[in-house]
Design a protein. Structure first.
Length: 506
């Protein structure tokens, strides 16, 4: 398995053993942090590596060059890595640099890497480690030669030493194992989201969730179609009844606090494939609708990460899993559905299905668990992509203190979110003449009217809704980041784990 360690000095390392990474700053040509290793500096100076004028372009952020230098009968393999302006390095740039290092090492099949000290704090080292690991995710299990492999051979054999030469950032406070576990929880979510709909249907997703029960402090319940119907969750039943694959309600409980400590509830939309139902989608890019389960996959990834941590909290995940298909048994435009909390919904478009299954799950979470707060995750609206693009998720809710905390954490994790307003005018747009509300509010403000719909089902519990339609997988316009390979991104997992670690909301 990937092995990452932190050392204070280069002196006791064999610099010829693997790939040696040297960070080049645009504004600071001084590499004094390497000077403690006389042998290395002698080699670099002898070959005039540092003084070469053509290295100026390499100093730009993300630029890099491989140098192979002979030293007697040994070969020194150096990755010159541009870090741009070192004073402007933030967590996400360091995460990207970590990813570039891993991808170059993998490309050249150098499983041993030494990274020299171009960073200045423990938090910067943590970000580099995240990039080192996240960038090596592969989804190859449906390729003939990779069918039985969940992690690449390179990843399993990968070894990185991060060198710090300043006692103030020696890495003693960094829990490398925790970081790797969280990254591998992201891998788990990416695998689920990337899997095709003939492999991950509601039952298969439930079976995967059930495997989490082997982890510490986790209990899993799976409710079948009859149980869901008996509870009065007619939103879930209506959306799922057009498919031969019956809906499931997945409930994962992480209990590591007192029984009287109210939990935090996480809800994730898991439409394992979304045709749009009777209001069928255009065929173009419909294959991407396997990603409509990404909210549920994110929540399962969070729970898997918690199973490897020891946070003294209680967390409940609720994932309504359905397949939205057109058939003789499908729900229809014009139907009126009585939801779990008794409110009625007029269906005007069967492709606005995610809010129906989320609504039942949210209302159930509020009624059963009386949570401290409730967060939901969904690839809910194309309108969010129009509003915010494919690099920023929307967040909407009823509690600014909660939202501000989440936004501040997202700025650290690089999983950017932006708050959209939720005012009474948007609630007016979803009022129905024949029911309590309708499931669409017209062309304007689609992301917000969808959230306004959900607000009817959370009572007065502090709540935040994440619309991850643009960020759950790489799409047109997605920023090229080394740690986000093509496909599912696992967006939100790292942010929520950091939120749960810091949680003091009352």
């Amino acid at each position: 398995m990937v092995e990452i360690s932190i050392k204070r000095s280069i002196d006791d390392l064999d610099i010829f053993e693997g790939l040696f990474v040297v960070g080049l700053d645009e504004n600071n040509k001084d590499l004094n942090y390497l000077s403690k290793n006389t042998k290395l500096m002698d080699i670099l100076n002898r070959h005039k590596v540092i003084q070469e004028e053509h290295l100026e372009n390499i100093r730009k952020f993300g630029k890099n060059m491989i140098l192979s230098l002979n030293d007697g009968d040994k070969l020194l393999k150096i990755l010159l890595l541009g870090i741009g302006d070192g004073k402007k390095l933030n967590e996400d740039k360091l995460r990207q640099l970590g990813g570039i290092i891993s991808l170059r090492a993998k490309e050249l099949n150098f499983p041993n890497v030494i990274i020299s000290n171009f960073y200045s704090s423990s938090s910067q080292i943590e970000s580099i480690i995240e990039g080192l690991v996240l960038s090596l995710y592969e989804f190859n299990k449906f390729k003939e030669d990779k069918a039985d492999k969940t992690l690449s051979t390179f990843y399993v054999n990968y070894s990185v030493v991060i060198v710090t030469t300043d006692d103030s950032n020696d890495g003693n406070k960094i829990d490398i194992g925790k970081i790797v576990n969280i990254c591998e929880a992201v891998f788990y979510a990416r695998d689920l989201a990337n899997s095709p709909p003939n492999v991950i249907d509601p039952n298969a997703l439930a079976n995967s969730a059930k495997t989490l029960e082997k982890m510490k402090n986790i209990h899993v319940d799976i409710l079948n179609q009859n149980q869901i119907k008996d509870l009065g969750m007619n939103g879930i039943i209506s959306v799922g009844k057009g498919s031969e694959n019956e809906p499931k309600l997945i409930i994962v409980e992480y209990n590591n606090s007192t029984s009287t400590d109210k939990p935090i509830v996480l809800v994730g939309k898991a439409v394992t494939f979304d045709t749009g139902g009777i209001s069928i989608k255009p065929s173009d890019r419909m294959d991407e609708m396997k990603f409509d389960k990404s909210g549920g996959c994110t929540v399962l990834g969070i729970m898997k990460a918690l199973g490897n941590l020891d946070l003294p909290i209680n967390v409940v995940a609720i994932i309504p899993a359905v397949e939205n298909m057109p058939s003789g048994s499908s729900y229809r435009p014009g139907d009126i559905i009585r939801m779990y909390n008794g409110k009625t919904v007029e269906v005007l478009n069967t492709d606005a299905e995610g809010r129906l299954i989320l609504a039942d799950a949210l209302a159930y979470g509020v009624a059963k668990y009386a949570p401290k707060c409730i967060l939901d995750f969904a690839t809910l609206t194309g309108a969010c992509i129009i509003a915010l693009g494919t690099n920023i998720a929307g967040i909407i809710g009823n509690d600014n203190k909660l939202i501000n905390k989440l936004v501040s954490i997202s700025n650290i994790t690089g999983e950017k979110i932006w708050q959209l307003p939720l005012s009474e005018e948007f609630s007016d747009l979803i009022k129905s003449n024949v029911a309590t509300i309708k499931n669409i509010g017209g062309r304007t403000g689609g992301t917000i009217t969808a959230a306004a719909f959900l607000s009817y089902f959370v009572s007065d519990v502090p709540w935040a809704h994440f619309d991850i339609a643009g960020t759950a997988w790489t799409q047109d316009g997605t920023a090229d980041k080394s740690y986000n390979p093509k496909g599912s991104t696992g967006f939100g997992i790292r942010t929520i784990i950091k939120f749960l670690e810091q949680y003091q909301y009352k």
